[in-house]
Design a protein around this ligand. Structure first.
Ligand code: NDP
Length: 237
């Protein structure tokens, strides 16, 4: 096993984030999760309340995590929302709320996480984007813009922080069986699944495995990469 690390998973109280947090704990790491309303999920995981649209809340959350678990070494920027609407009907608020949570919120978390990583000269920034960031998606102009934005942002961080042994990588999942996917109509779910060459949706644990790999010593020379986990939907784009 790689050395035990302090890991923060945003949006870790359900779905992909929860599967990721559980896997990191099982691998022997110190794990905190953040969410607006995290609740109690597992005695082994520190659950911290943090709305990542609020810079002050991000600072307070990091202080709580650092005082309990030590400096953050791995950030999994996973929290995200959708507000689907066709472009002509999409309100400014629908657009900006999604950008604010998915892109700016991830930026706030990564900016704060990078500070101790720079001092330690070791760090892993892992951003959960989506296949639609590069593929586009009707009804998801806001969401796909936020997910494409994560790629440019992470690659810039990869360049800026690489000399200090900090990597920044992006995951690009296809459909995953979580509450976010369940919120789609049955018809939408079927249409999406039929487009996937592997002809099924992913389980959250399958995404978690790749995130854990990117955080491990085995991935030390991977940075600025977009890793597709999409059953072939994006054909490796
Ligand atoms: P869920 O909807 O199940 O979970 C989203 C998480 O984000 C929750 O923990 C939620 O917690 C948290 N969150 C939302 N807003 C905020 C906020 N302002 N501050 C802090 N936390 C917040 O999503 P999934 O597990 O399905 O998705 C996880 C990530 O994977 C997302 O970024 C999503 O875009 C991406 N993804 C998902 C796919 C899928 O098919 N499911 C496909 C491709 C990518 P709370 O509400 O308590 O704040």
């Amino acid at each position: 096993m790689s050395e035990a690390r302090t890991v923060v998973v945003t949006g870790g109280n359900r779905g992909i984030g929860l599967a990721t947090a559980k896997l990191f704990v099982d691998l022997g790491h110190r794990v905190a999760i953040t969410a607006r309303d995290p609740g109690h999920i597992d005695d082994r995981i520190l659950a911290v309340s943090c709305d990542q649209t609020d810079s002050k809340a991000v600072d307070v959350a990091f202080e709580e995590i650092e005082s309990n678990l030590g400096a953050v070494e791995v950030l999994v920027a996973n929290a995200g929302i959708t507000r689907d609407q066709l472009v002509l009907r999409m309100s400014d608020d629908d657009f900006s709320a999604v950008i604010e949570t998915n892109l700016t919120g991830s930026y706030r978390m990564a900016r704060r996480a990078a500070r101790p990583m720079l001092r330690a000269r070791w760090g892993r920034l892992i951003f959960v984007s989506s296949v639609v960031g590069l593929l586009g998606s009707a009804g998801q102009v806001n969401y796909s813009a936020s997910k494409a934005g994560l790629i440019g942002m992470a690659r810039s961080m990869a360049r800026e922080l690489g000399s200090r042994n900090i990597t920044a990588n992006i995951l690009s999942p296809g459909p995953v069986e979580t509450e976010m996917f369940a919120a789609l109509t049955q018809e939408q779910q079927t249409t999406i699944t039929e487009q996937v060459p592997l002809n099924r949706v992913a389980q959250p644990e399958e995404i978690a495995e790749t995130i854990a790999f990117l955080a491990s010593d085995s991935a030390a020379y991977i940075t600025g990469a977009v890793i597709p986990i999409d059953g072939g939907l994006g054909m490796g784009h």
